[in-house]
Every structure is written in C-alpha cells, then in structure tokens.
Design a protein around this ligand. Structure first.
Ligand code: PAJ
Length: 282
C-alpha cells in the first residue's frame, strides 16, 4: 500500500494505475476508520481495480463551535486498517496542501442543503461539496463510494455530480451498525458506555417507524410523534430533528408516498449523532 501526502504524488500514482488499464475507486473519509468505512473500501474493491482512500479532516465543513480540533486522528491505526482492507493508495494531505490559500472558490448545492443537517450546520455542506470536488479533481476516480449513514450528504453529492456533469459514478453503500443498532460513527468514540446504550434508542425509534409503515401508517406526524416518544425515554438524548422528507427534494412531507427518507439527529452530551432509513412504498 502506498501513502501520499501531496497532490502531485497522488496524480502520479493514479496515472500509473491508469496506464495499466485499471479503473479507479475513491473512498473519501475523515479517518478514525471503523467497519462502516471499511465496508465502503470492500465495495470499492469489488467494482474497481485501484482503490484510493482519502483521510482528511476537512476544516471547511466544520462550524466555528464544532469539534474540528478534537476530531480523532489515529493515523497509524487508520493506515493499518487500510492495508488490511487491501487499499492501494491512501491520500493523507495536510490542511495546507488542500487549502494553501483562504478559500474564495466554493462549490455550493442549493435548496437540498437547507433542511435536516443543513439548518443546524450552516456552511457544512458547502465545505463537503467543495472538498469532494477537489478530491474528485485530484484523484479523477471512475467511481466514488459514500455511506447511506450520511443520507443527505450522499444525495447532495449525487446532485452536484449530475448538475456539474462530473465524469464519475457515485455509489451509496448501506449503514453498518453496532450490535445494539447504533450506526457506526467516528464520533461514537466520544460516548461513554452508558451513552452508547442510550444511543441505541435512535435506531429503536427508526425501527418502530419502519414497523408502523409496514402496517399501513402513512401520516408523518403520527410516525414522528411515536419516534419522539421513544427517544424521550432516555433523558440524555436531546432531539435536534426527527423528519420525514421527500427523497429528491428533502422537503418535509405530510403523507408518505413513493420514495422518502426518515432521518434523525440528536445530541447526547456534546456529541451529535445522526441516523436514517430510506422508505420506498412505490
Ligand atoms: P466520514 O464521516 O469519515 O465518513 C466517510 C464515509 O463513510 C461517508 O461516506 C460516510 O457516510 C461513510 N460512513 C460513515 N459511517 C458509516 C456507517 N456506519 N456505515 C456505512 N458508511 C458509513 O463523511 C465524511 O467523512 C466527510 O464529510 C467527507 C465525505 C469525507 C468529506 O470531508
């Protein structure tokens, strides 16, 4: 496995791989890798010949009061995990390599970045789309792999790629969970054992919503109230949003029809956690 810290070095290695006729897969991450990230690497290995993982805690997607400084950066451990997973190249640039100057050129997707996580994290998606555009330009992948865990992010990236005719395919992979149902996340490292246990109620509430939909419930207000009641059982959980939205516009809907998304964001202590499930009753 090769590790590059500079853009020139990545370009050179990708060029060599292309010369050998290999297809390129990119898995963008911020590191502190867990099984969720590794599942994306596995999907990339199945579909592409040369797999690049980027590890970069991207400053432009964090708000001033967010956890950029304390975000975990266990790089040695991450490199071992990448090696074991059969990654060909890790791109681990410094902030200065990615942003040598103050950013004045942004890639911004409108409307679908306003609801859900967009409303409590202004500027977050603009940072994500900008860094992903840069990574796509640097690595020039045929395919890039994202997780359903960050459902809005995947939808925003797909829309950006479509709107700007970027020449790559976006593949979205399923959510990997802990045994208790908690969606794996690098931020789970901030939680105590008790908080992790409490956090399992997020998935419990989504499961209840799925069951109710299976039994014919369609009014989103009823479904959201039920999920809120389940989450209220744990005093440590502070709900930021529980929403059911149209899968394409990400606007709140009153009645479930076609493809939609149930999504939750909560805080436990100072840790922000998100989860969701796609609904399809077409
Ligand atoms: P990060 O949070 O490190 O996540 C990297 C990728 O792993 C994302 O596509 C995310 O959806 C996926 N992922 C995280 N937890 C997962 C889980 N439990 N199951 C499946 N996939 C999971 O998302 C980011 O980084 C950044 O915003 C990034 C896209 C790298 C841009 O900086």
């Amino acid at each position: 496995m090769k590790v590059s810290q500079t853009i020139d070095s990545v370009r050179e290695k990708v060029k060599d791989a292309r010369k050998q006729g290999k297809t390129i897969g990119l898995v963008p991450t911020m590191g502190a890798l867990h099984e969720g990230h590794i599942s994306l690497v596995e999907a990339a290995r199945k579909k592409c010949d040369f797999v690049v993982v980027s590890i970069f805690v991207n400053p432009t997607q964090f708000g001033p009061a967010e956890d950029f400084d304390k975000y975990p950066r266990p790089i040695e451990d991450d490199l071992k995990k990448c090696e074991q997973a059969g990654v060909d190249l890790v791109f681990n640039p410094s902030p200065n390599e990615m942003y040598p100057e103050k950013v004045i050129t942004w890639v911004n997707v409108e409307k679908i970045t306003e609801n859900l996580c967009g409303s409590s994290r202004p500027g977050h998606f603009r940072g994500v789309t900008t860094v992903c555009s840069k990574l796509f330009n640097i690595v020039t992948p045929d395919m890039a792999f994202f997780g359903q865990k960050d459902a809005q992010q995947s939808i925003v990236i797909k829309r950006m790629v479509a709107d700007l005719n970027m020449p790559l395919e976006i593949v979205v992979c399923p959510i990997i969970r802990e045994e208790n149902g908690l969606a794996m996340s690098s931020r789970n490292k901030y939680l105590s054992e008790q908080e992790k246990e409490d956090a399992s109620y997020i998935y419990k509430s989504l499961q209840k919503c799925m069951e109710m939909i299976d039994s014919g419930s369609r009014e989103t207000e009823t479904l959201i109230n039920e999920m809120r009641t389940i989450l209220k059982a744990k005093k440590s959980i502070k709900v930021e949003y529980i929403s059911i939205v149209d899968e394409k516009t990400l606007e709140n809907i009153d009645k479930i029809q076609g493809k939609s998304l149930a999504a939750i964001a909560v805080r436990i202590g100072s840790t922000r956690l998100i989860d969701n499930f796609p609904i399809d009753i077409t």
